[in-house]
Design a protein around this ligand. Sequence first.
Ligand SMILES: [Zn+2]
Length: 185
Amino acid sequence: MAEGAEGLVLVDQHVAHERVRFERIRDRLEGQGLASQALLTPVTFEAAPEEADALSRADAVLSSAGFSVSELSGRLFVVSAAPADCAAEKVVPVLRDLLGRLSETAETGGGRDAGSVSKMKDALAASLACRGAITVNRRLSPEEAARLLTDLSTCRDPWTCPHGRPILLTLAHAEVLKRFGRSSG
Ligand SMILES: [Zn+2]
């Protein structure tokens, strides 16, 4: 809960953090890419046909997200590097989740044109942003809450999460007074 110029503001901390992370990740995908870390033990996985398809279309986007994936044979792939903040045992689940989202993007007009690449980056950033965001039930310290609001205020779109859900709800002063049966302060 926070105080705004118009009244009481309720903040969904998960989607607020998701929005902050989304814009940072999205900017980095456009720029130098996310920090990547080589895996001590490369992991192999067998891709489903649509996953293999997404892999071949999104290779550039995935490598800007820190993944290094190469084909061994058929639909057998090896992952030799992953985003730096991704735990080793999470590499394949995260990659599969991303491939699933990327193939959804592909169905709505995916190719290698600039528009599709941009949509793929949006999908990738939204997924990574959600994964690392604070959960809705975690109790934040006053400092953490203030930090989150400051970070949110610097976002290009502080009103909705990457999936279009609202981040803030405002309960106007006048509405609060009315509900308490008062006509004025
Ligand atoms: Zn989320």
